[in-house]
Design a binder for this molecule. Structure first.
Ligand SMILES: [Zn+2]
Length: 512
């Protein structure tokens, strides 16, 4: 097989080249659950998943680990949680010890973690989760903490290269959660070059000691914690957000620290850019001004969410919530048709589309092309029949089509611009029409009650009627929409009338 040009395949090649030819590779993702885990954070996880998928296509085993840094300090009371007064009392404590004020989960960190974790399998992602609070409290990293403390001057020299103000002479790359107040408002004052640290805390100013081989209240600062985990877990690939990727940023220093302190080579890296949201009007998110994976799953098929993320990680891209949602579905269907050779394409372009499609699928692509049910049509059916159940009766039992109806319903409820929403009138509205218009519409009503039509033959009939009654076609259509939905426009009229039902539309028109 020729080398693929697809970015995840190229990273997989680099992983094998740089990390040596192994049977199994470790790919890692990590997020601090400090606020709602949003779709921008999801890019970290899916970037790893796509590279893991690429490694698997090369016959490699992959261990996909996902670290929750829930032993980070609670820095800020979030705006979207109840009882901020209570939460404020937990500032500077580990996020894992902050209560969940919604009372749904054991603690604040778990709330954020589970609300994200439960949606990952829907998009085909099943990592092995590691909780940093558990690892630190079980003293799993005691030796690594000792190594970092003994090498603290080397770490300080590396960090100082990129700092304006050098670190103080007596500086330690750790934070300690006070045994009295549980905050990390503490200061290390001595180290015995073994496992014991002496510290004071703001809460009582008393001198205390902790043995990090026995007590789990010491953690490495982020810039030392990250390279430590590369070494501890033997990570071969881990991406990082733009904020970690600046020169002198945490990736730069982690590379130097892992070599200096743990004598290991850093994993292959990939920076990923932001995800932008595009709304026609409001994006009202339960999570504040961010959108979550679950909210994207409300309006997009899982394979389409993956599809949106298949572009190069270094490129910013947009997830539309406005009418462009329709186009995203169409773009995905086009890729799908190319993959199944319904639309013909050859050469490198075809290869690229094929790879993007394989990467988009949750699992392996099916043998036959799935039913491509149009999102626009789903929106129309929901407008007409109001519920997913009723709309589904019109289209049969296809599973994906049902999911699209659900997405269309959510989109209409939460994000659709007004022009996409309508209700079919139960009674003929009283409206003013010109003489020719009224006659043309009335005749259309009678014809619908008598004759059989396809969308094509009905469309021809519109033209005939407009000509016969000597009116502009534009006015004919406008009159029809006003009768049906009390608006001047709507979905394409012929299929729309057939979707409403010839009889129902016929009655509305004939009573004009
Ligand atoms: Zn204290």
């Amino acid at each position: 097989m020729a080398d693929s040009l697809y970015w995840a395949d190229q990273i997989a090649d680099s992983v094998i080249k740089e990390r040596g030819n192994k049977k199994k590779y470790t790919c890692a993702a990590g997020i601090t659950p400090s606020g709602t885990v949003h779709i921008g954070n999801f890019r970290e996880v899916i970037t790893v998943d796509l590279v893991a998928k690429a490694l698997k296509s090369k016959g490699k085993d992959v261990r996909f680990i996902y670290s929750w840094d829930d032993y980070d300090r609670f820095r800020k009371v979030p705006a979207n949680m109840p009882n901020p007064t209570l939460l404020k009392k937990y500032l500077f404590q580990p996020v894992v010890d902050v209560p969940d004020t919604t009372n749904k989960y054991k603690n604040y960190a778990e709330h954020l973690e589970k609300e994200f974790e439960k949606y990952l399998p829907k998009v085909g992602i099943k990592p092995h989760f590691i909780y940093q609070s558990k690892m630190y409290r079980a003293r799993k990293y005691a030796e690594q903490i000792k190594e970092a403390l003994l090498d603290r001057r080397k770490i300080a020299v590396i960090l100082n290269k990129y700092r304006k103000e050098p670190l103080p002479e007596h500086w330690y790359p750790v934070g300690i959660f006070c045994e009295t107040c549980n905050t990390d408002e503490t200061k290390v004052i001595d180290y015995d070059n073994n496992y014991t640290l002496t510290y004071i805390c703001r809460c009582d100013n008393k001198t205390k000691t902790t043995n990090f081989k026995k007590q789990g209240n010491v953690k490495l600062i982020w810039r030392a914690d990250w390279p430590m985990r590369w070494a501890y877990e033997n990570v071969d690939f881990e991406p990082g957000g733009k904020d970690h990727s600046t020169p002198g940023g945490s990736r730069t220093t982690a590379v130097e620290i892992v070599r200096e302190v743990w004598k290991e080579e850093p994993p292959v890296y990939q920076m990923y850019d932001f995800v932008i949201l595009k709304s026609g009007g409001k994006i009202s998110s339960s999570a504040g001004d961010v959108v979550t994976l679950s909210e994207c799953l409300d309006i997009y098929l899982p394979e389409i969410i993956r599809f949106l993320f298949t572009g190069k990680p270094v490129t910013e891209f947009t997830i539309p919530f406005d009418e462009e949602v329709i186009k995203v579905y169409e773009d995905f269907y086009e890729t799908e048709r190319i993959y199944y050779n319904v639309d013909k394409l050859t050469g490198q372009k075809k290869k690229h589309y094929d790879r993007v499609y394989e990467m988009s699928c949750v699992g392996k692509p099916s043998k036959k092309i799935p039913v491509q049910f149009s999102f626009r049509q789903a929106v129309e059916l929901i407008n007409i029949y109001k519920t997913v159940g009723e709309a589904q009766k019109q289209i049969g039992k296809d599973k994906r089509a049902k999911l699209i109806l659900e997405c269309a319903k959510n989109w209409l409820d939460k994000y659709a611009p007004e022009k996409y929403k309508f209700s079919v009138n139960d009674k003929t509205p009283k409206i003013k029409l010109g003489k020719g218009e009224r006659e043309a519409i009335m005749e259309l009503g009678e014809l619908l009650l008598k004759k059989h039509y396809t969308a094509e033959s009905l469309f021809v009939e519109f033209g005939n009627l407009a000509d016969k009654h000597n009116i502009e076609r534009k006015n004919f259509f406008e009159a029809a929409y006003r009768i049906l939905v009390s608006k001047e426009n709507g979905p394409r009229l012929a299929p729309f009338i057939l979707a409403i039902g010839k009889e129902k539309a016929g009655k509305l028109f004939s009573k004009v």
